[in-house]
Ligand binder design. Sequence first.
Ligand code: A4P
Ligand code: MG
Length: 174
Amino acid sequence: MGLMLPHHALIAFGGNLGDIRQTFIQARDALNASDEINVLKSSKYYQTSAIGPAGQPDYLNAVIAIQTSLEPLPLLKTLQQIENQHGRIRKERWGARTLDLDILAYGALHYEIHMQTEALTIPHRMLSTRMFVLCPLCDIDSKWQHPVLKSTAAQMMNQLIAKGEPPLSEGEVW
Ligand code: A4P
Ligand code: MG
């Protein structure tokens, strides 16, 4: 199995419309059902205040670790198909959505790839500044080191806390 799925990736889940927990579970099942993807681990999910346009409902956020045969761009296409199956309509940037699936990090064993193209920036460009990403990421691998910034997930999260960002409330298993 490992030889057929040589890459590893961290995928961020976000959503703030509908039955989000149920959507997360269905999306994770859909990923795992693919021959090209094996879900290895899930963070807890966290309820988080929306960043972006005011007046949005709270989000749920989580991170999963996968093993995959897909290169980054085909992986993004697969994630977008699953978003579309869950009624995601792209309107305003940062607007409310049923399901957002982003590639946080990607590589062989340690998610060590750095790439920047029009379609994809890996690691995700906002990863180091968002508590709603770093906190679930720490559930998965707090020692993961950002290949460009060289800080670990735990160090980046502690930097945000040191700047006065409130930690998230306790997460739930899904
Ligand atoms: N793209 C580039 N790099 C990546 C990557 N690593 N993973 C491109 C996924 N996509 C990547 O994304 C727009 C384009 O980004 C894609 O076509 C892809 O080629 P999108 O998902 O279509 O649009 P978006 O999500 O509205 O924009 P964006 O910039 O991805 O927004 P974010 O950064 O995902 O922010 N508040 C809370 N509490 N929790 C949240 O999860 N999420 C957002 C959305 C705002 N506020 C939030 C949350
Ligand atoms: Mg997105």
